[in-house]
Design a protein around this ligand. Structure first.
Ligand SMILES: NC(=O)c1ccc[n+]([C@@H]2O[C@H](COP(=O)([O-])OP(=O)(O)OC[C@H]3O[C@@H](n4cnc5c(N)ncnc54)[C@H](O)[C@@H]3O)[C@@H](O)[C@H]2O)c1
Length: 669
């Protein structure tokens, strides 16, 4: 078949949506990294309901055949993925014009969601999971097919409404409205426990969208390499001023996000050891050169690590095995570890996010599905051992931080020795690093994707962003100079390290001023033809305004409002009427179902005046919403940043807190 024919075939398949003739059944491909079997949670009656729900997508004439198949899937995998309907074409980001469309904005969204399902990007592509073990783009393949068809057909006078992966349909709207509005996992609060996700996801009525999976904004590991590099660099600044050469960083997880740790530690100049239980995940990162060396023998690993520390060699080492075995060995040997953390998927502890010590991966997976209660006991036992070993190393001078994966929370629930009074012994990386150093000043993970899918365009955008940042640096106040300088170093390192996997994307931490200036310069370059096709803006939700998460993004809010979710909800509502191309609001995300509400957006710049109007209005709100809330919580950096924002935009009038002197309240109780 010529490439033109296959392109035609691709377009036709998309326009067909759910095929009217049943495609042939697909074999299960053992070479692909698959989601673990989910635990059996539905009773007989509920199983029937799950199958009825799934059959809604198909004509009655196919129901008999599909009902048997879906029952098998439900029993074998714990979910109905509808594997048979996975398309035969390759799903990945392509030039925007290769997607059939009536609306450029809708085509941009097709590009972005396709990137989330690219085999090179997604963690479990056949189960439509992008990262985090459960971060779903859709619940099943019928939803994917239907969504792509709607996007291909829609105009700029319609909005596609998505309920947890299910495309509810196209509704009339207007050109300034978002083209897509996404909700994922929004539950009545009382039904937001981990088992509720298991149950309602198995029924096919909700999904865990994580942060950038169900919002189509994942850009592969680059985003997290960037965030992790900034975190590791700043963690290094907390322990000494002489950089990370010859310093040891120990952590766990080589999965979707966690796999960035060895690469980031190397960019930051450290020696790192990352433990990983799943050989497939280790292999992926090793073959990508993000991990330099792999050991499954702890004695050999220690010899090599000591040598690297002595030589001050920036090297990333992986331990193939359970993190707890590594920590216990390091504690036993009284090894000097400078920085420690953990990025196993503890937001999802009972369904494969954290593997207990003393069992192989296969044994654990079987136990998880067949003896979930025993699995839970073993996980909690392991967490207690995990904390004991970490405590010993911290007594010996290690700086340990929670890396936004609910480690401290789950360890405390497991009864580990992790509390000091009613507080955790260790800070989260947001409390100590990202919150006060970045978010309070409005710096967050701004990103863009070149819809031409061409490297050349990405290089042009890198140059534009560099010159905007250099100009900003000249007049920046001292409080934010470091962030701008880190960004300039990052753009250079990202280009040199070829960090693009999937779509032609770049991320950097910018504040409102930086985001607006960079976006405006891109829009002008598109108008002049210097960039060959539209640019898609976005961010992950791990940002100043997007996410209410008391143990992560809003962990450095101390006025009690860290347990509220007004900011994230306002964020999405405000973005949607200020010009976002799509908006999304999720329950779940990094730290677990019921533990966080996070919102995001995507915005297409097409070189028009309309795009300029939208970007100025929306990006300004998207950042300053969060700064105002952080300022109201009396965070010093945020008070500084919001006053600065009001100085440059007279229409912005934010309520500033009056600080309370200790004298005024002394002796009250
Ligand atoms: N700090 C951040 O910026 C940030 C960002 C995103 C995600 N996170 C959080 O980090 C966690 C990891 O995310 P991910 O996308 O990498 O998830 P993932 O599930 O893809 O990767 C986690 C890895 O940990 C491994 N693992 C589990 N238990 C282990 C054990 N006992 N010993 C060794 N390895 C073990 C798993 O095999 C898996 O490969 C999540 O909870 C996520 O929410 C943090």
């Amino acid at each position: 078949m010529s490439s033109e024919d296959s392109q035609l075939d691709f377009k036709q398949s998309i326009l067909e949506g759910i095929p009217s003739i049943l495609p042939t059944k697909k074999d299960f491909d053992p070479e692909i990294n698959h989601a673990p079997k989910r635990k059996e949670i539905l009773n007989q009656e509920e199983k029937v309901l799950a199958i009825q729900n799934a059959l809604r997508y198909f004509k009655q004439e196919h129901h008999k055949e599909l009902a048997i198949e879906f029952k098998e899937e439900l029993e074998k995998y714990g979910r109905i993925y509808m594997y048979r309907f996975r398309p035969d074409y390759t799903i990945k980001a392509k030039h925007i014009d290769e997607f059939p469309h009536q609306s450029t904005q809708a085509a941009a969204i097709m590009l972005m969601l396709s990137n989330n399902l690219d085999y090179a990007v997604a963690q479990h592509p056949h189960e439509l999971i992008t990262y985090g073990g459960n971060g779903a783009v859709f619940q099943n393949w019928a939803q994917y097919l239907l969504c792509m068809k709607y996007l291909a057909e829609m105009t700029n006078e319609q909005t596609l409404v998505m309920y947890s992966g299910h495309p509810m349909g196209l509704f009339p709207s207007h050109k300034d409205a978002p083209r897509v509005v996404v909700t994922n996992g929004m539950m009545i609060p009382n039904y937001s426990k981990p088992d509720d996700w298991e149950k309602f996801n198995a029924l096919g009525v909700t999904q865990y969208g994580q942060m950038t999976a169900g919002s189509f904004m994942y850009i592969g590991p680059q985003g997290i390499v960037h965030g992790t590099t900034i975190t590791v660099l700043n963690a290094g600044r907390k322990i000494s001023n002489d950089g990370l050469a010859g310093k040891l960083f120990v952590t766990a997880g080589l999965g979707g996000m966690s796999g960035a740790q060895p690469k980031a530690a190397k960019i930051a100049g450290a020696v790192s050891i990352t433990a990983e239980i799943n050989p497939k995940a280790t292999h992926t990162r090793h073959s990508q050169n993000w991990v330099d060396e792999v050991y499954d023998d702890l004695n050999q690993l220690l010899v090599r690590t000591k040598d690297a520390i002595q030589q001050k060699e920036a090297v990333s080492i992986a331990y193939q095995g359970n993190i707890v075995d590594l920590w216990e060995k390091l504690a036993e040997e009284k090894m000097k570890v400078d920085i420690g953390s953990d990025q196993t998927s503890l937001h999802n502890p009972w369904a494969g996010g954290y593997y207990p010590a003393g069992f192989t991966l296969e044994e654990s997976n079987t136990m998880m599905a067949e003896e979930p209660e025993k699995f839970k006991v073993e996980v909690q036992k392991t967490l207690r051992r995990h904390v004991d070993a970490v405590n010993k190393l911290c007594d010996n001078g290690m700086y340990f931080f929670d890396y936004g994966n609910a480690f401290l929370l789950e360890a405390s629930r497991a009864g580990a020795d992790i509390m000091e009074g009613n507080k955790f012994k260790y800070p989260s990386y947001v409390q100590d690093i990202m919150g006060p150093m970045c978010f309070d000043y409005g710096f967050g993970p701004f990103r863009w994707v070149c819809s031409s899918n061409e490297e050349k365009d990405l290089e042009t955008t890198d140059k534009i962003a560099t010159s905007v940042l250099k100009e900003m640096l000249e007049s920046a106040p001292s409080e934010i100079k470091q962030q701008i300088e880190d960004n300039l170093r990052w753009i250079k390192a990202a280009g040199e390290n070829k960090l693009v996997v999937g779509s032609q994307a770049r991320i950097l931490y910018a504040d409102a001023e930086g985001r607006i200036k960079i976006a405006k310069a891109f829009n002008e370059a598109i108008a002049k033809g210097e960039i060959s096709a539209p640019v898609i803006l976005g961010r992950d939700h791990h940002d100043v305004s997007g996410t209410d998460s008391p143990y992560r993004e809003t962990a450095n809010i101390y006025d009690g409002s860290q347990f509220t979710a007004d900011m994230a909800i306002h964020n999405v509502i405000g973005d949607s009427f200020r010009g976002a191309t799509w908006v999304s609001i999720h329950n779940g995300g990094g730290v677990g179902w019921g533990e966080v509400i996070n919102g995001g957006f995507g915005m297409v710049l097409d070189g028009t005046e309309d795009a300029e109007r939208r970007l100025k209005s929306m990006l300004h709100w998207d950042v300053n919403n969060g700064i105002s809330r952080r300022s109201w919580a009396r965070n010093e950096g945020a008070i500084f940043a919001i006053k600065r924002a009001m100085d440059s935009e007279p229409r912005l009038k934010v309520t500033i807190p009056n600080l309370v002197n200790d004298d005024s309240i002394q002796g009250l109780f």
